[in-house]
Ligand binder design. Structure first.
Ligand SMILES: [Zn+2]
Length: 312
């Protein structure tokens, strides 16, 4: 049974989006509390460092970062996106939360390549998968998973990385970043139509993008079948050297931002299936990032299932 290293930081709890916002610190509190309660796995928790801009620049240009950080208010909140997406907000503590969320993935990448551990989870917020090369979107500023993929390719002898995204929303940012890059496979299952509206099956990049849009009301059984047939089969064919997971838990039946009917245990099944592929092609190497998921009980249960799957 594999141990799991978790990167997180208290700064990720101080990212404030105001009252009534779904992307709130209680999400991460619920996840960390649940992780602490797992007694039958070896889990070590480490502080996520601040990411260096030179590493983030592997994905996002410095001018983009400067623009974001120049908008951070001294007090209160400021909306970064235009209507109708005015709910991507910066608060006074945003910079550290954003940089540590990205730093978590960079440290996990280093540990993965330099040490003996094979499974990592980045318990961070803000999330990343909607952030495009030069566009803030959907509560996301830096694409944490994309930076980790590029960091691995740039600093180590890693050529092929697969990013598997089971958040209920399409990761338009990750798709945009790698749309013309055969070295990175991006596979996403997501409710459609739903924010951000992208992720049609016809969006295939250079043969490296695999989208599985699913209808509102999709059952657990049907979801898992589509996930296997449209995403995992292609990841298996790709033979990635490292697998990154964009782990959102908002396809859970309790989540109020979507209408898919996954049970908490389904995250065990999906994760276990990913681990099997990682063992076959990737020396078991997996880095998972928290993306969405907005129901606290669903998060608490689903993260346990995800960890049990990661430890297989
Ligand atoms: Zn989501």
């Amino acid at each position: 049974m594999e141990g799991i290293r978790v990167y997180s930081h208290s700064a990720c709890l101080s990212k404030d989006n105001g009252d009534g916002h779904p992307e709130r610190k209680e999400r991460l509190e619920s996840i960390l509390e649940s992780i602490h309660s797992i007694v039958d796995l070896t889990i070590d928790l480490k502080e996520a460092p601040i990411a260096k801009c030179s590493d983030i620049n592997l994905v996002h240009p410095q001018s983009y970062l400067d623009d974001i950080f120049s908008m951070i208010p001294d007090q209160g909140l400021i909306g970064v996106e235009k209507e109708p997406y005015a709910d991507t907000l910066l608060c006074p503590n945003s910079k550290e939360a954003i940089l540590r969320s990205c730093g978590a993935g960079i440290s996990a990448s280093k540990d993965l390549m330099d040490g003996n551990l094979k499974r990592f989870f980045c318990a961070v917020r803000p999330p990343g998968h909607h952030a495009e090369t030069t566009r803030v979107n959907g509560f996301c500023f830096i694409n944490n998973a994309a930076v980790a993929a590029r960091y691995l390719q740039f600093n180590y002898d890693i050529k092929k990385v697969a990013i598997i995204d089971f958040d209920v929303h399409h990761g338009n940012g990750t798709q945009e970043i790698f749309y013309n890059d055969k070295t990175v496979l991006y596979g996403s299952i997501h409710q459609h139509p739903l924010f951000p509206g992208t992720g049609l099956e016809s969006e295939t990049g250079v043969g490296n993008i695999f989208n599985a849009p699913i209808e509102s009301g999709t059952s657990s059984k049907e979801f898992l079948k589509i996930f296997n047939e449209k995403i995992l089969v292609n990841v298996d064919d790709f033979k990635p050297e490292v697998i990154i997971i964009s782990a959102g838990f908002d396809a859970h039946k309790r989540d109020s931002l979507a209408t898919i009917n996954l049970e908490s245990e389904d995250y065990f099944t999906m994760t276990q299936d990913i681990v099997e592929i990682a063992k076959r092609h990737s020396k078991g190497r997996i880095i998972s990032f928290l993306e969405g998921g907005y129901d606290l009980l669903a998060l608490s249960e689903s993260i346990k299932s995800h960890f049990m799957g990661l430890s297989v």
